[in-house]
Write a protein that binds this ligand. Structure first.
Ligand code: DGJ
Length: 706
């Protein structure tokens, strides 16, 4: 058992390498005590004395709390804000009991006067050193209760001046690592886009001078793909308080009699061994616990996607020619992206009309699918189910199905509106639509896109004078939208369990654990420039697994950056995840096609190492011209090295490998030939690499031979 309760007041949660502890203090509050390296002797934890400051100080702010709430003279950011029907706005609880079952613990906090309960829930994942937390709020009375904030987890860390990492980015530049020192006040990372977005991620990484291999690292991720908030506060009493959960901006849930609201889960972890170790724990945890089972343990297929080759100009005959070439280079899945449906010749129309364009597919879509299958590949297709264009049959029939406020024009983004997923008929439409597509056609893969954030989340319908529901209910729209989004994808997957689903949102705006629960992979960014991509992939890899990251090799000059790089460099970069090909194969010469073919065949040989191995980041693009990514899966390893620009006078390029066994012998094979070296030599002296010119790259395979 990994959860211990001592004398009914000290709670100790243990994983293989960590301890997490809190207590019921003398005043009846839950005080957080510790999260960090494992302390074997549980009895050493103790209930602290009453805070001994002067009476000028807010009493609770001085303590790290397991679950704080607004009011009672707390002035730090707190986990809960609730308003009762008579206007009372604080939560004065006593712990009314706890429940312990194997690796799960829950505690019930009951308000001293109002029939309102909070349940704090914990689950331990021992091997991955991860603690899951979520919170349930229940109205046990007759009167309505208004929830205005409810974070999934609160975590106090008894140190100041911590460094926090998140990601500052944008479309085409996702996962740019941001780092700040928390000296005073609050640092907030938040999405109000109705989805995760490109700019921040629902996570935190906290440390003090940690490196890839060394140092204490605390981390937390939220399993949610909607509005989120991460609040890091340097509390003036000398500790750092972390909160992670659904954003409280425009958030509100009216709890009627007997009703309950449950937050999404947050996953918290700690390691004393730096960022690589954090990544290994998370990557493994994601595969074991979160990814849909169908593909979690299977290597993902090499796909070809015709988006960058043809954009909206999809025509059956041209797609067939592309498919022949894609099969020729070894692709296993052929995907038609945007442009196959309705009258979609640009991004102005047809979202919502999910039937093949008869002009583009005179013989029907099945003709192309059969052709692709005949070439030995599976077929996949793009769809953006939550959206509609004004120019579409769907909008003509149901103008009241989009979110809008009364007396306001609806703002468009990429010329499209978002469907109001809080309406039952819209949910039914979306399920039927996807179900029909997957039933009528032999489709084995869906790229599910979402190219605009949510905006005016009014549920009024066209021409209505006011929105449905009262003002409190209007604030529930954000969470209802996500709940129903989950419902749609869950139902469709249950009906079509063998179909692979990719989460995409104008690039990487849906990279989060909430999407991971229902999708088999993410599209990380629309930016496929291999040089930019190295940085994007590096940031991504801190938290999320390589298996889950679709990465394509595409043409040059790159459409976004105008940069040109050799095909081998682009190929190696895309081989660092789940390989995809996005080139216009009809325009490539034989030599280029041969190079692609060789890359695909190399990738198939090593993809189990990339997709299931431990990932090590070597070097940093911002500081080093030579960077690498190494994967280790048992006795096998593969190293990709990238030299962005050479410098005359650089004596040699050498990388120290990681994750090998010191006493074992390894055969090392790459462009420079074959050598046999010990793990100790490769990890301490390193591997000398012949690299030159700009955008040079290599793939090096390492296999144990003794
Ligand atoms: C945005 C995606 O990220 C792209 O890969 C592509 O599918 C386009 N949408 C299509 O409109």
């Amino acid at each position: 058992m990994a959860v211990y309760v001592l004398e009914d007041k000290l709670f100790v949660l243990e994983t293989e390498n960590t301890s997490y502890s809190f207590c019921l203090d003398a005043q009846g509050f839950l005080s957080h005590l510790y999260f960090g390296k494992k302390i074997e002797r549980k009895e050493d934890f103790f209930v602290p004395d009453k805070y001994s400051g002067t009476n000028y100080h807010p009493y609770r702010d001085a303590f790290m709390e397991e679950f704080s709430s607004f009011g009672m003279m707390r002035y730090k950011e707190s986990a809960l804000k609730v308003t009762f029907s008579d206007g009372t706005k604080d939560f004065r609880y006593r712990v009314s009991g706890y429940d312990l079952e194997n690796n799960k613990l829950s505690l019930t906090l009951r308000d001293a006067y109002y029939p309102f309960e909070i349940m704090l829930c914990y689950e331990i994942f021992e091997e991955n050193d991860i603690i899951k937390r979520f919170v349930r709020a229940v109205n046990r009375g007759e009167e309505d209760i208004l929830l205005e904030r409810l974070y999934s987890a609160e975590l106090g860390i008894g140190e100041r001046d911590m460094e926090i990492i998140n990601f500052a980015g944008n479309w085409g530049a996702e996962f740019q690592m941001s780092a700040d020192t928390l000296r005073a006040g609050k640092k907030i990372y938040e999405s109000l886009r109705g989805t995760t977005g490109h700019s921040e991620n629902p996570c935190f990484i906290l440390h003090k001078g940690a490196t890839e291999d060394r140092g204490d690292v605390y981390f937390g991720l939220l399993e949610y793909t909607g509005n989120f908030k991460v609040c890091a506060e340097a509390v003036s009493y000398g500790y750092t308080n972390m909160l992670i959960g659904i954003s409280d901006t425009d958030f509100g849930v009216k709890l009627g009699s007997g009703e309950c609201f449950e937050t999404p889960a947050a996953y918290l972890g700690f390691t004393e061994n730096g960022f690589s170790c954090m990544s290994h724990k998370l990557h493994d945890f994601c595969r074991r616990e979160l990814m849909p089972e169908t593909f979690a343990d299977k290597p993902l297929r090499v796909l070809y996607n015709s988006w960058y080759a043809t954009l909206f100009d999809v025509r059956c005959e041209e797609q067939k020619r592309l498919a022949e070439k894609a099969a020729g280079v070894g692709a296993e899945l052929f995907v038609v992206d945007d442009g196959w449906f309705g009258k979609r010749n640009d991004d102005n129309s047809s979202l919502g009309d999910w039937y093949p364009d008869p002009e583009k597919f005179p013989g029907g879509l099945q003709e192309l699918i059969s052709y692709v299958n005949g070439l030995g590949m599976d077929f996949g297709i793009w769809i953006e189910p939550e959206m509609v264009n004004e120019k579409s049959r769907l909008y003509e029939e149901h103008p009241d199905w989009v979110y809008r406020f009364p007396n306001r024009d609806v703002l468009q983004c990429r010329n499209q509106y978002t469907l109001n997923l809080t309406k039952e008929e819209v949910v039914r439409y979306m399920i039927e639509c996807l179900d029909r597509l997957l039933t009528d056609y032999h489709i084995s893969y869906i790229k599910w896109d979402m190219n605009r954030p949510l905006g005016e989340t009014g549920t009024c319908g066209e021409n209505a004078a006011c929105c449905e529901g009262d003002l409190a209910e209007q604030k529930e729209v954000w969470v209802k939208h996500i709940r129903n989004f989950y419902r749609v994808i869950k139902t469709v997957r249950e009906r079509h369990p063998d179909v692979e689903f990719e989460a995409c949102a104008g690039g990487g705006a849906r990279v989060d654990l909430g999407a991971m629960r229902y999708f088999d992979e993410y599209w990380t960014s629309d930016n496929t420039d291999a040089f930019d991509r190295l940085e994007i992939q590096r940031g991504y890899s801190l938290l999320y697994p390589a298996k889950y990251m679709r990465a394509w090799v595409t043409d040059v000059p790159d459409a976004l950056t105008g940069r040109s790089m050799p095909l081998s460099f682009r190929m190696h970069c895309a081989m660092c995840g789940a390989l995809g090909i996005g080139n216009n194969l009809n325009r490539m010469d034989e030599a280029e096609l041969d190079c692609l073919k060789k890359g695909v065949s190399d990738y198939k040989r090593i993809r189990h190492i990339v997709q299931f191995g431990k990932l090590y980041r070597l070097g940093e693009l911002k500081k080093d011209e030579l960077v690498g990514v190494q994967y280790v899966n048992g006795e096998e390893s593969v190293l990709f090295v990238f030299l962005s620009r050479c410098r005359y006078g650089q004596r040699e390029y050498r990388f120290r490998m990681k994750g090998l066994a010191e006493n074992k012998l390894y055969k090392v094979e790459g462009r420079d030939g074959e050598v046999v070296k010990s793990g100790a030599f490769l990890m301490h002296y390193g591997l000398t690499l012949s690299m030159s010119g700009d955008y040079d790259s290599q793939m090096i395979e390492v296999r144990e031979i003794s």
